[in-house]
Design a protein around this ligand. Structure first.
Ligand SMILES: [Zn+2]
Length: 269
């Protein structure tokens, strides 16, 4: 059974579960935002693949046109209970909107959580089907990894396993790119979304150390796209203190969104 067949089989099996979750899936009522005393989200920035095909200084010469003290918060590798809900609760408490780069397999397992991320106003990009190294496989399999990841996330969001993403933002697992997949993304209008700074939250370290490292790097860079990992318990643990640091030191959170009309995931006109 190849990846595509497996995905289609899984989608069929999971169809009933999604139908149930669409009608019973609890979304947490949104806290009133903006709210005094919170970090908040200062502005939205529309990002499209024509103006910004490849962004993030870790991998590319170009990044987003952020001003001094502006940051974009991104979270990779979810959805993952129980840490993703903790991260969502922290963001909600500070009225902050972020971007989540979801992996297809867990998105298929936790469609309610995918819809909750969207319902809380965050952007959702994709991060392949299984988080494999795209440099270590034939071109055709790398393409399937990208497409199956998009299809799984779209199915979780909207019940349609399309390979046209609602939000055309993609991040490479481990930032491991190939020329062929970069060309594929560009030809399909999907932004290759890198990062400007990170907290090494994939390494063993305490939440306190992670926080210190991130603050040190932010002080040096003064702005940028930050990559964190919501499945990491230490990241979920240090996030409240990091958002307080941003608020108290006059940083501004920029929410990146796709160009075009917003999609309402709650089905409310
Ligand atoms: Zn990742």
């Amino acid at each position: 059974m190849n990846g595509q067949q497996m995905l289609r089989g899984l989608l069929r099996l999971a169809g009933a579960a999604l139908l149930i979750s669409l009608f019973t899936g609890a979304t947490v009522p949104a806290a009133p935002c903006p709210r005094k005393g919170t970090l908040g989200t200062s502005r939205t920035l529309e990002v499209d693949a024509v103006s910004f095909p490849r962004i993030g200084l870790k991998s590319f010469p170009q990044t987003l046109p952020l001003r001094d003290h502006e940051v974009v918060l991104t979270f990779d590798d979810g959805p993952s209970p129980p840490t993703t809900p903790k991260v969502l609760a922290t963001l909600r408490k500070q009225c902050v909107r972020a971007t989540f780069f979801l992996i297809g397999q867990p998105a298929l397992e936790h469609p309610t959580m995918v819809r909750r991320i969207a319902a809380e106003g965050h952007s959702i990009g994709t991060h392949t089907w299984s988080h494999s190294d795209l440099q270590a496989m034939p071109r055709i399999d790398a393409f399937a990894e990208i497409d199956d990841g998009i299809a799984a996330v779209e199915w979780a969001l909207r019940g349609v396993a399309t390979t046209t993403p609602t939000t055309p933002f993609f991040r490479y697992p481990g930032f491991l790119m190939t020329p062929e997949t970069l060309d594929l993304l560009q030809s399909r209008g999907i932004v290759a979304f890198g990062a400007d700074l990170w907290a090494n939250d994939w390494d063993p370290q305490t939440p306190k150390h992670e926080l210190q490292l991130l603050i040190e790097r932010l002080k040096a860079a003064r702005k940028g796209i930050i990559v964190l990992h919501d499945p990491q318990a230490k990241t979920a643990a240090m996030l409240p203190a990091f958002l307080r640091y941003l608020r108290d030191n006059h940083y501004h959170v920029v929410h990146v969104v796709p160009t075009g009309p917003a999609v309402d995931f709650d089905g409310v006109p």
